[in-house]
Design a protein around this ligand. Structure first.
Ligand code: RB5
Length: 142
C-alpha cells in the first residue's frame, strides 16, 4: 500500500518511526508536514497530506501531532476524509470495520511508540465491514 504520513513538530520523531515501520512491512511511504522539530502548525500538516488521499495517491493517511486531536479536527473538515484518533488497538479495528476510516491519527505525547505501532498495524490490516448498516452509516458521513 501507499501511505501518506504527516505531522507537526510534536509528531515529527514519531512520524519517522511509524514510516520506518511501514517501510519494513513493505509499504510505500510519503511524508508531509514538519521536516524537523522546529515549530510547525498541525492544521498545515493535515492540509499537506489530505490531497494525496482525496486524489487516491495514497490508500491511507497517518497523521501525528502531540495529542492527535488537532490533526484529527482539521482532517475531518474535508468531505471524504474519515479521520479517527485511536488510542487502543480495539478502537483502531473498529475505526476500520465500522467507520471505514481512511486516516489514523496518533498522539505522540500521549502514547508510547510501541502502542502506536501496534495501533497502526491493526489499522492497516483491518478491512471495512460489508454489512449494510455500517455501509449506510459511512455513506451518511459524507
Ligand atoms: C503542539 O504543541 C500541540 O499543541 C499539537 O501537537 C497538538 O497536540 C494539537 O492538537
Amino acid at each position: 500500500m501507499k501511505i501518506v504520513l504527516a505531522s507537526d513538530h510534536a509528531g515529527f520523531d514519531r512520524r519517522q518511526a511509524l514510516a520506518e515501520f511501514l517501510r519494513l512491512e513493505g509499504h510505500e511511504t510519503v511524508e508531509r508536514g514538519a521536516m524537523s522539530t522546529d515549530s510547525y502548525d498541525y492544521p498545515s500538516a493535515a492540509d499537506a497530506a489530505v490531497p494525496d488521499i482525496l486524489a487516491h495517491q495514497a490508500d491511507f493517511g497517518v497523521f501525528v501531532c502531540g495529542t492527535g486531536i488537532g490533526v484529527s479536527i482539521r482532517a475531518n473538515r474535508y468531505p471524504g476524509i474519515r479521520a479517527a484518533l485511536c488510542c487502543t488497538t480495539e478502537s483502531a479495528a473498529l475505526a476500520r470495520e465500522h467507520n471505514d476510516a481512511n486516516v489514523l491519527c496518533i498522539g505522540a505525547r500521549t502514547m508510547t511508540e510501541e502502542l502506536s505501532v501496534a495501533i497502526l498495524s491493526v489499522f492497516i490490516n483491518t478491512g471495512p465491514s460489508r454489512e449494510h448498516r455500517h455501509l449506510a452509516r459511512v455513506e451518511k458521513l459524507g
